[in-house]
Ligand binder design. Structure first.
Ligand code: HAM
Length: 405
């Protein structure tokens, strides 16, 4: 049996995966976010209405099927829509609007697999609801930046503003006028011109890229409020010493964004170099039929940064238990029973010489080596060697826990 195309076991990098989740969860909590877990399966219409029917995700990448109850359901292609559905269902948009969440788990997109692009991949995401101020965008970007810093990953922050309901429509008109004057746009861009023209900025086709060099840019067409907010975003990022570049062509692949859009890109990766993507999506709750609730968030592509995560240098920790003869396994097990569940433990069931027990404890990077032989058993003791401090002593079994740091 073989794994499905575009899917990946997290096995060799499982330590890096757990380190990432632990680091990011702790930082998200420090920024006031609460853990949320939403189902992997949702009604297909949730994604049609939120991610948007002009997006590639909804158009060609969804894992959708009809379940036994005749419901049209989909494996989630991203995390934001499910969190917004849950936020609305728990009545937060009518009550305490300000809520902050974090989540992680698998997402599914039927894309053409390549390095850094999978059909099942994991995201770590955060969402903040109910804060209109651009300072919340700054907070969210600061959280992303802290996570990368704590994981020792360097990436460039690219920012853009996608404007709002006041400035975006007139910009779109201007852009479409420009696109109509470009004869050689690819088929996808021709289609996007009709459905969501700003997505043409995302086209990787060299001919389109060339044609779009002189296209009007949204940041040059912002209304006064969006212009002021974008300036404030840049100013406050600088105050936090978070460096950024303005990428006037940055548009996101999902339809729900307005105002701030951002990505962290790494030049240590290939063409799939975006490690974090996010932005503001003030109108999504309304699109899904609830009250207006400003919101902003991001998601990290876990598989993309696993290669870049360096684990903190391994520290010796935990306890190794070994016996010099079969008959001492029972008293050794008694010592083990006092520590089990309190510390990382390895109980070695096979009898070995002291030298071989020490070797194995060393190989497993355990700090304490607890050994029992005839001398120790006769005194109800164990021999304990601290492999970090290089000290050894006889310890009464009942006092063992106090001896281990
Ligand atoms: P996204 O840009 O579609 O945004 O995905 C976020 C990140 O997930 C990307 O930057 C990338 O690292 C990773 N990613 C996306 N597709 C794949 C794939 N096929 N294989 C591996 N990694 C991938 C969202 O999903 C939004 N929900 C982010 C957000 C949260 N915006 C506001 N809140």
């Amino acid at each position: 049996m073989k794994i499905l195309r575009g899917m990946k076991d997290i096995l060799e990098q499982s330590d890096e995966f757990l380190h990432l989740i632990k680091t990011a969860s702790k930082l998200a909590q420090n920024f006031g976010h609460k853990f949320i877990q939403t189902p992997i399966l949702e009604e297909t219409s949730l994604y049609l209405r939120s991610v948007g029917d002009s997006s590639d995700i909804v158009n060609k990448e969804m894992y959708s099927f009809t379940d036994k109850g005749n419901n049209n359901v989909s494996l989630r292609p991203e995390g934001t829509a499910g969190v917004v559905r849950s936020y609305i269902e728990h009545n937060f948009s009518k009550g305490v609007k300000q809520q902050k969440f974090f989540y992680y788990g698998p997402m599914f997109r039927y894309e053409r697999p390549q390095k850094g692009r999978f059909r099942q991949f994991n995201q770590f995401g955060v969402e903040s609801f109910g804060v209109e101020s651009v300072l919340e965008d700054v907070n969210i970007i600061a959280l992303a930046s802290c996570i990368l810093k704590d994981l020792n990953i360097s990436a460039t922050l690219e920012i853009n503003s996608l404007g709002c309901k006041t400035c975006m429509p007139s910009y779109k008109e201007k852009l479409v006028e420009f696109l109509n004057s470009c004869p050689n746009l690819c088929e996808t861009c021709q289609m996007r011109k009709q459905t969501n023209p700003i997505r043409v900025m995302d086209c990787k086709n060299p001919a389109c890229k060339n044609a779009l060099k002189n296209a009007p840019k949204i940041t040059d067409c912002l209304c006064d409020t969006c212009k002021r907010d974008f300036e404030s975003l840049k100013e406050h990022l600088s105050l936090l010493n978070i460096s950024f570049v303005v990428n006037k062509d940055l548009v996101r692949g999902l339809d729900y964004y307005n105002k701030t859009a951002f990505e962290f890109v790494s030049n240590a990766l290939g063409s799939q170099n975006a490690v974090i993507g996010g932005g503001r999506y003030d109108f999504l709750t309304q699109t899904l039929g609830a009250d207006y609730t400003p919101a902003v968030g991001f998601a990290i592509g876990i598989e993309r940064i696993l290669d870049l995560v360096t684990l903190p240098s391994a520290k010796l920790k935990g306890v190794y238990f070994g016996a010099l003869d079969e008959q001492f396994l029972a008293p050794l097990f008694k010592a083990y029973s006092l520590i089990i569940g309190k510390k990382l433990c390895h109980f070695e069931p096979s009898v070995k010489s002291l030298k071989n027990h020490l070797k194995l404890a060393d190989k497993k990077q355990l700090r304490y080596c607890v050994i029992i032989g005839e001398n120790e058993a006769s005194k109800d003791c164990v021999w304990v060697k601290d492999l970090l401090e290089k000290k050894e002593k006889l310890v009464n079994i009942s006092k063992l826990e106090n001896e281990l740091e």
